[in-house]
Write a protein that binds this ligand. Structure first.
Ligand code: IMP
Length: 176
């Protein structure tokens, strides 16, 4: 375990198992749809890679970089990279590492519906329900987690720890 991690919440094996379960539900719901999976950079990359291995459909992919966090403090949304393709008529599944206040996904979802997407749903690896300040929920949730600052499997603190093969709680002394 990394020296700055206090506790491992989910191991690589548990995340992979959860991805298989989520993929089954997604295949069930999207087998007759025009599925576009949109990864929110950068945090969703490991989760999207793991999840999509088990989504046995003709799915297409695109990415957006929308940031609302700098360090541990929530800030206004900035679009750093937009989608490469048109979304009109597409059934979009937003793939996120963690749903916290809901600000990022509320903004992105509204924007994509405005552009004419047929539907916009959310799959998130982690759901920090206690942190929610916007009325938004993910259709597919990997794990519900307590209100702690977590890193690993895509999640960072100051761009570090994304490569950890597990999700763990960061020691408070690393950011206080
Ligand atoms: P929201 O807009 O507050 O829902 O924020 C979602 C984004 O905040 C995620 O994509 C993460 O980048 C970041 N975030 C929220 N909680 C954590 C955490 O515990 N660790 C690392 N990043 C987090």
């Amino acid at each position: 375990m990394h020296r700055n991690v206090k506790e491992i919440l989910y191991t690589q094996e548990e995340i992979t198992q959860k991805c298989k379960e989520l993929a089954k539900q997604i295949m069930n719901d999207y087998h007759d749809k025009n599925l576009l999976m949109v990864g929110l950079l950068k945090g969703s990359v490991p989760f999207l890679a793991e999840l999509s291995k088990f989504v046995n459909l003709d799915v297409t992919f695109d990415y957006m970089d929308v940031s609302s966090y700098e360090g541990v403090e929530s800030k206004a949304i900035t679009i750093k990279k937009d989608l490469d393709q048109e979304v009109k008529g597409k059934d979009i599944l937003l793939v996120e590492d963690i749903l916290d206040t809901g600000k990022t996904l509320t903004t992105v979802k509204a924007m994509l519906l405005e552009r004419g997407a047929a539907s916009v749903e959310i799959v998130t690896m982690l759901d920090k329900k206690e942190g929610r300040t916007y009325p938004i929920e993910a259709k597919y949730v990997g794990f519900d987690i307590p209100n702690a600052f977590v890193v690993g499997f895509g999640l960072d603190f100051d761009e570090k720890y994304r490569n950890l093969p597990y999700v763990g709680i960061l020691k408070e002394e690393c950011y206080l």
